[in-house]
Design a protein around this ligand. Structure first.
Ligand SMILES: [Zn+2]
Ligand SMILES: [Zn+2]
Ligand SMILES: [Zn+2]
Length: 257
């Protein structure tokens, strides 16, 4: 089993266009610090499932027929932009599972081309693709949004972006199905003012504590949060890390749990 974070960035990415803050300057100098749109890939026994498709080069990364399914969290542009080009393609259709959202994004639903949007998911609905069990978890965002709980090869991964806090039902589910790896929205530095659509670091750490996964990766990271961590490099507790693009999790190792 291999879970790869393809992108760890907030909308606008890092470096942010036109910004010269320390984090954006660093990302222009050192490519390892670039953050692309939040997305991931799960691979297990020949099955490949992508989570979100905001990457501009989505079509080049995933040639026709190379994905078994795509799980969409929601229809904001930083999560679907890569679909606009591939929809006009030829060959096998791509099954896109996501929340019920009649608005979708631009004309993606009316001119869907090779994309098959027929399988929408309700909160807590389960879907099994080969040996991978997927549960849709409702999140709190400005559009209908689903996180995904992935169970594969004895390991449990919760992919939770975009969200500010979690609905009580999702929190209870995660507390009773404790994930091994939790990938969690954390767009903003710690803040006294409550945020509307994304977690700040205080809220993300609070969720880490109450869900208690083996490991939490923070994702959907803004340049502001990167700059804050440059000034506070030791601010994270054990078991929580600021994810980076290309980060890989290989499942449970002997001794985990
Ligand atoms: Zn910046
Ligand atoms: Zn969003
Ligand atoms: Zn987003």
């Amino acid at each position: 089993m291999k879970f790869t974070l393809l992108g760890s960035g907030a909308v606008g990415g890092v470096p942010l266009y036109g910004c010269d803050c320390p984090a954006c300057q660093r990302a222009r100098t050192f490519k390892d610090h670039i953050r692309r749109p939040a997305s991931a890939l799960l691979e297990y026994a020949g099955t490949r499932i992508a989570l979100d498709a905001g990457l501009a080069d989505f079509g080049q990364r995933f040639p026709s027929g190379s994905l078994d399914a795509l799980l969409l969290t929601h229809y904001h542009m930083d999560h679907v932009a890569g679909l606009f080009e591939i929809r006009w393609g030829k060959g096998a259709s791509l099954a896109v599972h996501g929340p019920v959202d009649d608005k979708g994004c631009d004309d993606l639903h009316t001119h869907h081309g090779i994309l098959d949007f027929s399988s929408t998911l309700e909160p807590f609905q389960c879907l099994v693709i080969n040996d991978i069990r997927i549960t849709a978890l409702p999140l709190i965002h400005s559009r209908p949004t689903l996180g995904y709980f992935l169970e594969v090869d004895g390991a449990r991964i919760a992919y939770l972006t975009d969200t500010v806090n979690l609905p009580a039902t999702t929190l209870a589910f995660l507390q009773s199905h404790r994930p091994d790896l939790m990938v969690l929205d954390c767009s903003h530095p710690p803040s006294d003012t409550p945020r509307r659509n994304h977690n700040d670091l205080n809220l993300a750490l609070q969720l880490h504590k109450s869900i208690a996964p083996l490991e939490t990766w923070l994702t959907h990271i803004s340049h502001d949060l990167d700059a804050w961590f440059m000034a506070h490099p030791n601010a994270l507790p054990l078991g929580v890390l600021l994810a980076h693009d290309g980060q890989i999790w290989h499942g449970l190792m002997p001794g985990d749990q």
